[in-house]
Design a protein around this ligand. Sequence first.
Ligand SMILES: [Zn+2]
Length: 279
Amino acid sequence: MVDKIQVGNVEIVAVIDMVPPAREPTVFIPSVPREAWEPYEDEVLENGMLQLYYGCFFVRSEGKTILIDTGMGPGPHAHLEGRSGDLLGQLALKEVNPEDVDIVLHSHLHPDHVGWNVDSSGDSPKPYFPNARYMGPKKDWEHFMQPEILPNAPHITQNVVPLIELGLMEFIEGEHQVTGELTTLDTPGHTPGHQVTLISSQGEKAAIIGDLIHNPVQIHEPDWCAGVDTNKDDSRISRKAFLERAERDDLIVAAGHFHPERHIGKVVRLEGRRYWQVL
Ligand SMILES: [Zn+2]
């Protein structure tokens, strides 16, 4: 297991914001019956439960520090048994101060990916990363701002809207060049604008995949979709295309929702079957 990996001149470092309560697999992936998990039970479940982790990654590229996703936020979060996030504390342990972050790049605009955007505890909202430019998918913004959706998305009102008012938020789409070594790739389905970050440096390649894959079971079963995926057909298409690319290009893959001892790996094929090979 690694927390840190070098990809050419780029460094990727993992940090965990919080560990939410475990869920029943059939609650998280409602279309799949419990028996179908049996072949993967020991590999992907923990005591029969699906345990997500709210992990983020920061990347050092061309002298910049880029934080990819900001976790669930400080909390305590009543709907998650009162648990609290610790992203700033975990970054400090890796000697990253909030002032050091140049860019915050969101894979998508769900609550567990924008939590440490805005500090609303004072008189006026302030960014947690005071020197950062924030970037997020344009299609997610358009989706969540629909009048029938916004009332059920308080995380947008709290953690995205104030950044727009402060002039700190930029919405992007397509292949957006974040640095000379980092490019976004549209992978719609989980949300309409979901994007993976591709890294390419000195002939080495990696990807930070957001919620394209929540659990390693989806490497074996790419048709299995989280109940929260907005468009499940698109989610399947994006996941399958990415898995093919990961295998073909020998990508280093960083998956923030995987177990922290298994969240950086490669997609490899053995005897006709795909596996998650932990690095
Ligand atoms: Zn997520």
